[in-house]
Design a protein around this ligand. Structure first.
Ligand code: SF4
Ligand code: F3S
Length: 106
């Protein structure tokens, strides 16, 4: 499966959802996750993300490993998102912030 990591928080560009052939993305208030029960490992979403938030599970950086479980857990309760929507007005500013996982809204 593929995993959305910390970089997505407060950025939420949603370009990723436009290319997913199986509608695997799920939407939270300030981040998206991928439902591992749906993802077919096609890799199409990775180059779409402006902040490079998406990794194949086996390539998730060490400091981002917690997001493997976050994606699996949060995907169970968050609704599907299949259409691109406008990013938050301050998305570009948040793209520069490396440590923001404490802001994740469940
Ligand atoms: Fe969807 Fe493919 Fe990305 Fe998985 S790897 S979330 S199937 S676009
Ligand atoms: Fe997040 Fe990147 Fe998609 S910022 S919403 S993973 S395009």
């Amino acid at each position: 499966t593929f995993v959305v990591t910390e970089a997505c928080i407060q950025c939420k560009y949603t370009d990723c959802v436009a290319v997913c052939p199986v509608d695997a993305f799920r939407e939270g208030a300030n981040m998206l996750v991928i439902d591992p029960r749906e993802c077919i490992d096609c890799n199409l979403c990775v180059p779409e993300c402006p902040v490079e938030a998406i990794y194949p599970e086996h390539e998730v950086p060490a400091e981002q490993q917690a997001f493997i479980a976050h994606n699996a857990d949060l995907a169970r309760s968050w609704p599907a998102i299949t259409r691109v929507k406008a990013a938050p007005a301050d998305a570009a500013a948040w793209a520069e912030v490396r440590h923001k996982r404490h802001l994740l809204e469940r």
